[in-house]
Write a protein that binds this ligand. Sequence first.
Ligand SMILES: C[S@@+](CC[C@H](N)C(=O)[O-])C[C@H]1O[C@@H](n2cnc3c(N)ncnc32)[C@H](O)[C@@H]1O
Length: 281
Amino acid sequence: MKSAQEILQKGKLLLKDLPNSSLEAKLLFFALTLLSEEKFYSEPDVFLSSAQENKYLRMVKKRLKGVPSAYLIGSKEFWSLSFKVRPGVLIPRPETELLVEKVIELSIGGEEIIADIGTGCGNIAISLAKELGGAEIYATDISHKALDIARTNVMLQGMSGITLIWGDLYMPLKKLGLDKRCDFIISNPPYVTKEDWGNLDREIRDYEPEKALVAGETGLEVIEKLVKEGAAFLKTSGYLVFEIGFGQEKSVQAMLGQEWEQIECYSDLAGISRVFTARKS
Ligand SMILES: C[S@@+](CC[C@H](N)C(=O)[O-])C[C@H]1O[C@@H](n2cnc3c(N)ncnc32)[C@H](O)[C@@H]1O
């Protein structure tokens, strides 16, 4: 048996070369031991079994090899909620919260119909369901793994009003007869180019799903389809709200033709153009 403090210290030392090493060591430690930080700091004589110590150190070693913390602990925080994630399903990014923010700003409340294309672990759909009580949300994905996790998250968050459905882009909406019925179509689609994928951090390339991030040679292939075919599923004055990648603003602006008005592009906290909103004319 060793003291919890001693074991955490070991983790911090092993991870010392990572940015935010101390935070990372703590994140893994508290997720594994289920100790509250309060208890940890107020009771210095908490001891852990050697089985727990070994488990923690194995986790730390995996983290050192580049496995993202979210996959090691099985969850990631988004919009102040905890979402289950696992390999094969994209880890939600903080910049995507801007998309949630914009939909809330544009929403007039009530029983709006929202379609979330490429829902991943369900983070956007569930965050919106929490904020917009009466919304009817359809969350789609082409990945069965993603939909399985999204289903778990819907259940764990105790949400109703979210329908999860498999399929390619707008195909599920077509199947459900949602033509011209949506108030919002929202998406954080794949937008990375094949070339950029090769240059991303190993942590992403080796562990996160390529299909969730890479759109094709130009990176704009999926966004182009979303914009081109989206109007058919929106009510007049409905909104298309979607995330884009670094440097894509001008090309996306050029795609939004006469059927769109009130087109805006908003920047994230890093000053990068990140979220487009456009209203169907
Ligand atoms: C960038 S991830 C976004 C996940 C999640 N919405 C988020 O914001 O964290 C893109 C998601 O779109 C899904 N996807 C990719 N191509 C798709 C397609 N053609 N039709 C439907 N979903 C697709 C991927 O499986 C992935 O879950």
